[in-house]
Design a protein around this ligand. Structure first.
Ligand code: SF4
Length: 190
């Protein structure tokens, strides 16, 4: 879709925050332009920065495997991040960086108009305007959010890097993805 490409081209040239200084490539996101589900991560990592594509490193492969377990193909969704440029040494993006980058995310969401946004981790949840102290306050349930006068359903779970590193969280991560999918399909969630 032309609008998504136009947004991506702006992101690739963007110098609105300091993250532009050390990036190799901005990572606007990729996927189906009419996706019903948008996956939202935190920020590009080393591999993503080198190739300009989201979720292609270790946690990306982990995520793809878990999406396949519930029958979601990457080609059927749109995948992006709260910030589009890699923070140095993979640190968490600051709130200022998230807020500076948010207009691009909002434009992507308005263009795609998904049925549900599956947000991974605290930075993704913060970029959707959710207020919380601990992820557990917003994790694992459908939340209706208003962005730019438009409402979206979102569902927050762990960032895939967490269950990848801590196997005890994998069952819950899978359950969350299944629950999100059932909400999207309007199926019972228990
Ligand atoms: S992180 Fe976002 S706001 Fe910052 S330079 Fe990259 S595209 Fe621009």
């Amino acid at each position: 879709m032309e609008e998504l490409e136009a947004i991506a081209n702006e992101i690739k040239r963007c110098t609105l925050c300091d993250l532009c200084n050390k990036r190799n490539n901005a990572v606007p996101g990729e996927g189906y332009d009419k996706a019903r589900i948008v996956l939202l991560g935190e920020a590009p990592g080393k591999n993503e920065d080198l190739q300009g594509r989201p979720f292609i490193g270790m946690s990306g492969r982990f995520l793809t495997k878990y999406l396949e377990k519930v029958g979601i193909k990457r080609e059927a969704v749109f995948i992006t991040n709260a910030v589009k440029c890699r923070p140095p040494n993979n640190r968490k993006p600051t709130l200022h960086e998230i807020e500076t980058c948010r207009p691009y995310l909002l434009r992507q969401l308005n263009t795609i108009n998904p049925s549900i946004i599956l947000a991974f981790g605290t930075s993704a949840a913060a970029s959707l305007g959710l207020k919380f102290k601990h992820l557990s306050e917003v994790r694992g349930r459908k939340i209706n959010i208003k962005l730019d006068d438009k409402t979206f359903d979102c569902f927050v779970t762990f960032h895939p890097s967490f269950p990848m590193r801590f196997p005890h969280a994998r069952e819950q991560f899978l359950k969350d993805i299944k629950t999100c999918l059932n909400i999207y399909k309007n199926l019972p969630t228990t």
